[in-house]
Design a protein around this ligand. Sequence first.
Ligand code: SF4
Length: 235
Amino acid sequence: MPVSKTDFMRGLQCEKMLWLDAHAPQYKIIPPEIQAKLDAGNDFGDKAMGIFGAYVETTAYKQDGRLDFAKMLATTQECIEKKENVICEAAFTWYGNYCAADLLKRDGEGYAIYEVKNAPTPRKEFITDLGFQRLILRKSDVFITSSFLILPAVDNQTEGELYENGDDKYRIVDVTKAAKVMERVAEKRIFELGKLKRKDAPLPLLDVGEQCEAPYRCWYYEYCHGKQEQLKKGE
Ligand code: SF4
């Protein structure tokens, strides 16, 4: 089964989490404060699209409100052929595995890839995210020149380069080397993680542990920490 960038990230944190996403998502509980953080991240991402000036955004929706990924793929392809300077939410697929890159910026004969994160410092999971994207883009014949994180500029943060766009200030951190390492990890694990989504895939026999809280508290925490019966009964 194909995996998305989110599937890949979740499967790397815990294979059982990815299995539950595919087979029993009804047990997922997203705490309101986490949902608020996710929403704030989306707003920051929308704002950062204009960081390098004019851009083409490929995001498209179907009539039912879901993302129209086929249309996004087609628009991205057109943009690449036209050598557009900045493409936002650029969509790619390889054997059904797919991702949308926050921002691609033309760089010579290729593109630099930028991941936007509303966090003060780079984190390992952001690099994993970029590694997955690099794999899908490379397999889609896009020449990737480098990989960056776009973070909000905050006091006492000196990593990366300060970049100002009007009143907005960002930090742009070059993580090319680390992202290349994660690209190789993604290539090794992508198909094995995809198997967890198959209808007949058995539930991975994993004990609860550190992965339940890091890098994010798992949305199945209650389910796996002894509340399965109450959740099944809807209590
Ligand atoms: S609570 Fe822990 S064991 Fe259960 S799915 Fe989440 S990370 Fe995995």
